[in-house]
Ligand binder design. Structure first.
Ligand code: NAD
Ligand code: DAU
Length: 337
């Protein structure tokens, strides 16, 4: 099979490229990635020289590029997106551009080119905050942030390709991923790397928001099953094994790293901060026999070890003036007293 992975130089996409080539060594994978601030070729260094892998720098919203890379492709999995909620609060334009318009350009070209399957990687954030209970795939969409709204819009755009053209699309909605190679703007890598640097850990509000954490490799395994055996026109929720309050996760990180709890700083809350997400995963368990394997306890220990051992990787990202530093100052300068 020839597979196109978009956004494959990012966190989850790069894990997926490696996962797929390991499981299907005779397949060919093309990674299409714009290399925004979040894209990093270093994430793909294990496969860059493989004869089974080709990297193309390009935008999913640029039709001529997309049409060219789609030649001979059997299936597409779309990871390409603007992904950070806090950035979407500063400027939603790139989110609408890539996540909505870009996704349409990509899926329209894939359908026209006769690509047989299209998996769109979405998020549990499309359901909005769920204080109690769980969200089924049929739940009403109720996004809160511009990021979540752009993903919800992209889901609808993708679904219309099934509803109007019977184009075989599948959508996945997963919870918070964690693991190696995650950009240090996100909660776990930010807190781990700040703790390594002896810098404050900025907890939004009172740290009582709840997230379900899934190891990135468990997510990739679920996506692999959807790509192979998912039913056309269907949505699949994906989640990890447990829910944790942010404050408990921060405490756990500091304990694991032998750092004092005084590093934790309560800062101004994220506007519209969703309290909790909780997708119901019975459908993917029943239909595709998937369940998560990595416990948060074990995965977090391994993640801390990875960031300890790969400081060159994250220090290079954190040192970027126009990438991380400007953004970080905007986010936290006025928040941390
Ligand atoms: P990421 O920010 O680490 O990577 C995104 C990648 O997309 C980057 O390599 C970037 O260069 C690329 N990209 C951005 N705009 C592009 C464009 N116009 N054309 C081509 N490439 C472009 O993101 P991630 O955390 O790996 O998330 C991947 C996907 O999974 C996203 O669609 C996200 O919504 C979804 N998702 C993420 C999580 C999570 O917890 N991280 C959970 C559920 C779903
Ligand atoms: O649920 C899936 C989503 O998970 C994905 O769709 C998004 O792409 C991904 O970024 C993630 O969104 P969150 O907003 O949940 O992740 P983030 O890492 O930004 O924040 C996790 C929690 O930690 C959230 O409650 C906000 C809080 N937080 C975050 C940061 C960056 C803090 O308290 N302090 C921080 O500095």
């Amino acid at each position: 099979m020839k597979l196109l992975v978009t956004g494959g130089a990012g966190f989850i996409g790069s894990h997926f490229v490696r996962y797929w080539l390991k499981k299907n060594p005779s397949d060919r994978v093309i990674t299409l990635d714009k290399l925004t601030y979040a894209g990093n070729l270093d994430n793909l260094k294990e496969v860059l020289s493989s004869p089974h892998h080709r990297f193309v720098r390009g935008d999913i919203g640029h039709a001529p590029t997309v049409e060219k890379v789609l030649a001979g492709v059997d299936a597409v999995i779309n990871f390409a997106a603007e992904t950070h909620v806090d950035r979407s609060l500063l400027d939603a334009n790139p989110f609408l551009q890539t996540n909505v318009q870009g996704t349409y350009t990509l899926i329209n070209a894939a359908r026209t080119a006769g690509v047989r399957r299209f998996v769109h990687v979405s998020t549990d954030e499309v359901y909005g905050s769920v204080p109690r209970g769980k969200s089924l795939e049929t739940e009403r969409l109720n996004p809160t942030s511009p990021y979540a709204a752009s993903k919800a819009a992209s889901d609808l755009v993708v679904l219309t390709q099934w509803l109007t053209h019977r184009y075989p699309v599948m959508i996945t909605r997963c919870t918070n991923n964690y693991g190696p190679h995650q950009h240090p703007e996100k909660f776990l890598p930010l807190f781990i790397t700040n703790a390594l640097e002896g810098a404050p850990l900025p907890l939004y509000g009172r740290g009582l928001n709840v997230r379900n954490w899934i190891h990135v490799e468990d997510h990739c395994e679920a996506l692999g099953r959807v790509l192979r055996r998912g039913r056309a026109g269907e949505i699949y929720n994906i989640a990890g094994d447990g829910e944790y309050k942010n404050i408990d996760v921060a405490r756990r990180i500091l304990k694991l790293m032998g750092r004092p709890s005084t590093l934790m700083k309560f800062v101004q809350d994220r506007p519209g901060h969703d309290l909790r997400y909780a997708p119901d995963t019975r459908k993917i368990q029943k239909e595709l026999g998937w369940r998560p394997r990595v416990s948060f306890e074990r995965g977090l220990v391994e993640m801390v070890e990875w960031y300890r051992a790969h400081s060159a990787w994250w220090r290079a990202i954190k040192a970027k003036k126009n990438g991380f530093q400007t953004y970080y100052k905007k986010q936290y300068a006025t928040r941390i007293k």
